[in-house]
Design a protein around this ligand. Sequence first.
Ligand SMILES: Cc1cc2nc3c(=O)[nH]c(=O)nc-3n(C[C@H](O)[C@H](O)[C@H](O)COP(=O)(O)OP(=O)(O)OC[C@H]3O[C@@H](n4cnc5c(N)ncnc54)[C@H](O)[C@@H]3O)c2cc1C
Ligand code: SF4
Length: 481
Amino acid sequence: MATETMLRFVERQQAYPAKREAEIRAEDFREIADRYAVEGAEEQAARCSQCGVPYCSVHCPLHNHIPDWLRLTAEGRLREAYELSNATSSMPEICGRICPQDRLCEGNCVIEFSGHGAVTIGSVEKFITDTAWDKGWVEPLVPGRPTGQSVGIIGAGPAGLTAAEQLRAAGHDVHVYDRYDRAGGLLTYGIPGFKLEKPVVERRVARLEAGGILFHRGFAVGRDASLAELRARHDGILIATGVYKARAIDVDGHDRAGVVAALDYLTASNRKGFGDAVPAFDDGSLDAAGKDVVVIGGGDTAMDCVRTAVRQGAKSVKCLYRRDRANMPGSVREVANAEEEGVEFVWLTAPAAFEGDAAVTNVRAHGMRLGAPDASGRRAPERDPGGEHEHSADLVIKALGFDAEDLPRLFAAPELGVTRWGTVLVDAKTMMTSLDGVFAAGDIVRGASLVVWAIRDGRDVAAAMHRYLRAKAATGERKAA
Ligand SMILES: Cc1cc2nc3c(=O)[nH]c(=O)nc-3n(C[C@H](O)[C@H](O)[C@H](O)COP(=O)(O)OP(=O)(O)OC[C@H]3O[C@@H](n4cnc5c(N)ncnc54)[C@H](O)[C@@H]3O)c2cc1C
Ligand code: SF4
């Protein structure tokens, strides 16, 4: 039965859901791709070769049962496909939208290796769970039998939200503290709507809230409570605060007016999408409309900045990156989307100075070339003495990546162990930090990473915390929040 339906990769071409025309999609912040029609999803799922050892699943951080839910989709058993997909992932429709599939599941599909083009796993995954939401198959979060124990989670990003769901389902009282006024972390304020529309995140948060998880929004740990105060309130604590310290760029004029940090820029744009008043956008400082925009960097954040600038109506948008196309960290697919939308990539280029009088008007840059591979195996960029050039710029956006904030200082907890990069140290087995009952997960442990890894960590840390809380309950120790 399965072989009759499946293995259609020779006769059926790979087909992603159609993208809207570049000029049209650049006018708004809606997602750029349509959803599959039912037949389209079934046809694409049926291309799967049902490998004995599915490399797609091996390379998915959640080890999703991909071939199985592809087969169920191909057979029209969508509800079962959803239930299986949901069993290993807390946000399948979000991963289906924003995982860099070309580096994870799809990049390791054997059909891709055979030259037929990978099964479009992410798009099918998105289709399955969006359908489940539409049809009312997504069950409410049902709290487990009350344990009388309480957990405090610092950070409402994907790591914190995932752990909150699992711990609530295990019967604990769950409090989530976040310094922002909306939950979701970078899903809400970092990643733009053209990759992930906000209602997709909001309905997940609403489900958690309806399941009895208590959100304390606008609550910054370090300002509104110290870590010690939260530890006194709860039986277990999870630090899932992500990484937010923008990497500096040490060139002349780095602090000139018009030179801004990527996350300030993206947050302002996302807030405008929610209809918030954002003074720094409204006065033009964080608005690219009518400007020559230069973005520095080559990762996902830089790609989101260039494409946001296009949508804001920039006069021109350039991305300066010190390596070449083949050696950039951002997704190949995102570069292609940006190019279609009119972004110019200036490869092998690094800024030398941000020039201007009161505000920036020009970026002076020098050429780079790739030298010998460094310790990570990537060819290290070095200055090419020949190649100075200039780029007009009224807005320069620095997207050089993020490091951890100084949490021991911020949380008034000098005894919290951190690495030399400032990320929080955890025991690999228990995911506990140097402080008893305080756990950590997501970007604050890994450094800037991916949503799917934050979800994986959230699930793992919830299991570890549950074990810890059960052991604690056995000794009769507990606190009421
Ligand atoms: C612009 C951008 C685009 C990205 N695009 C993608 C993509 O396409 N695909 C992908 O897989 N990944 C992407 N990523 C990476 C991904 O967003 C992160 O890896 C992921 O969100 C990390 O999840 P987290 O829960 O660890 O942290 P976060 O999502 O950062 O959430 C942390 C939360 O903690 C809160 N917090 C921090 N400090 C405190 C405090 N002191 N008190 C209270 N609350 C606090 C913050 O307000 C935030 O809500 C992108 C990242 C950026 C910046
Ligand atoms: S979670 Fe990400 S890597 Fe895993 S199957 Fe879905 S899109 Fe692929």
